[in-house]
Design a binder for this molecule. Sequence first.
Ligand code: ADP
Ligand code: MG
Length: 253
Amino acid sequence: MSQISQMKVSDEVAIEINQMNKWYGSFHVLRDIDLTVNRGERIVICGPSGSGKSTLIRCINALEEHQKGTITVDGTLLSSDLKNIDTIRSEVGMCFQHFNLFPHLTILENCTLAPIWVRKTPKKEAEEIAMHFLEKVKIPEQADKYPGQLSGGQQQRVAIARSLCMKPRIMLFDEPTSALDPEMIAEVLDTMIELAEEGMTMLCVTHEMGFARKVANRVIFMDAGQIVEQNEPEQFFENPQSDRTKLFLSQIL
Ligand code: ADP
Ligand code: MG
């Protein structure tokens, strides 16, 4: 097993977040977030439930609006301008805890829908691309089935393949394994490890600390809407600095 966590990252910036704040009504959910992600980085975000991890991830591809500060993705400033939002969404793939596949479409159709309708890719070409990525996540034989006929782990791998069909430069994962039975977690993590080995820029909200140690070049700990601490995995786990990080790690490790 190669040490992915030691893999080099480029000095080109993929995501730049400056003094970003977000409120849900009067609730101040994200506070003064500063985060620079370079191309090829593999970042794991952890922290207690309710600390704002999902909100942060969702702000990066404009599923949620932020109210203060800036977010720049691949050089595009994320503003309320719809054109920019489309640009960013086409660069950024996302996988959620619940796979959000369309139940009435086959696996292949789930994977070709956005390329055909958003990217205007010809159907045949979109199908070839979809089969390529279904092979990559090791379920090409499921292409004509419906999501309900697949296991949770298989559905999540379809969700990853579906994102990859849009050829994203950045992948965001929000607890992709936390709705899965234990025996299916490894197959999804293996797919994510392969993506990391290929140099994909990844931000992963996960409590899979084995994955964090093996794959991440940086672990970020969030609490109460703030980035409390971040470090390379070894330092993060062996020598956490803040009491909040220590408490969190003592609860999950
Ligand atoms: P995490 O992913 O770390 O568990 P979230 O980003 O989901 O945290 O939520 C952070 C806080 O914001 C929580 O207190 C949650 O209840 C609240 N929250 C999340 N989504 C909404 C929403 N759409 N409206 C109001 N409050 C929300
Ligand atoms: Mg969450």
